[in-house]
Write a protein that binds this ligand. Structure first.
Ligand code: SAM
Length: 236
């Protein structure tokens, strides 16, 4: 083959290493309303879309990456993290599941507040990398639950912290049966949420309210009222 033909041959697109990408393109900064926690947060120049583009060697059996929810501190997670940091006795000495962990901010707050062990459940493969980097940046240990925790029985924990997991109907519909199994197993469930559409309001008991920034802007949008609730069992 001539040199000119060889140079026209298309090189296979190389898969980006998510950890390298995150460290190079995101900003490690304190979370607004949670100065105790630092996260790799997206900024306008992050170009996160590049992480979502499939590479030529991509394994078609792997789930498609989702929008990069993990690149932001969501109001529901921020309010729950603030609540736990302000009341460490809620988590101290307990095994805790951070459900829908995203960046891992709730689990990191629980670990900083004295949880005995923190398991993070997250289905996005880039999110799992991000929360590992975030845990490391905050000097805490977080175990990752492999797979979709909502498919099975509750893990061995005493408390579930669910930060902003009612943002979409299908997600909420997966979460609720799992959370009900947690309650039935004697596991407490706390929910942090700014009032999203699919919040199961009739099943919640208000514990506290804060103003926290929601996603948007440079790592933090406008503050909005957000709340922490205890999930209560269905009557009867
Ligand atoms: C709105 S984000 C909230 C992230 C974080 N808790 C916070 O408050 O910043 C919801 C997260 O739940 C994750 N998620 C959705 N379904 C899930 C499931 N079945 N198991 C674990 N995580 C899930 C999404 O990938 C996403 O990262």
């Amino acid at each position: 083959m001539s040199d000119s033909k060889a140079s026209l041959r298309r090189e296979p697109a190389k898969a980006l290493d998510p950890a390298e990408f995150i460290k190079a393109n995101m900003r490690l900064a304190p979370v607004p309303a949670l100065p105790e926690v630092r996260l790799y947060l997206a900024h306008p120049g992050s170009g996160l879309r590049r992480l979502l583009e499939p590479d030529d060697d991509s394994d078609e059996t792997r789930p498609e990456p989702q929008p990069p929810y993990w690149a932001y501190a969501w109001a529901g997670g921020a309010v729950l993290a603030r609540y736990v940091l302000d009341r460490p006795s809620i988590v101290a000495g307990k095994r805790v599941l951070d459900l829908g962990a995203g960046s891992g901010l709730v689990g990191i707050a629980a670990a900083r507040a004295g949880a005995r062990a923190v398991i993070a459940a997250e289905v996005d493969r880039n999110g799992i990398v991000a929360l590992g980097l975030n845990a490391q940046a905050n000097g805490v240990a977080i175990q990752i639950f492999e797979g979709d925790v909502t498919d099975g029985p509750p893990p061995a924990v005493e408390l579930v912290l669910a930060g902003d997991v009612f943002y979409a109907q299908d997600v909420g519909q997966r979460m609720m049966p799992f959370l009900d199994r947690c309650l039935a197993a004697g596991i407490d469930v706390l929910v942090g949420d700014p009032g999203r559409a699919w919040l199961p309001r009739s099943r919640l008991c208000l514990l506290g309210e804060y103003q926290v920034p929601d996603v948007g802007g440079n790592g933090g949008g406008e503050p909005k009222p957000s709340a922490v609730f205890a999930l209560v069992a269905e009557p009867g």
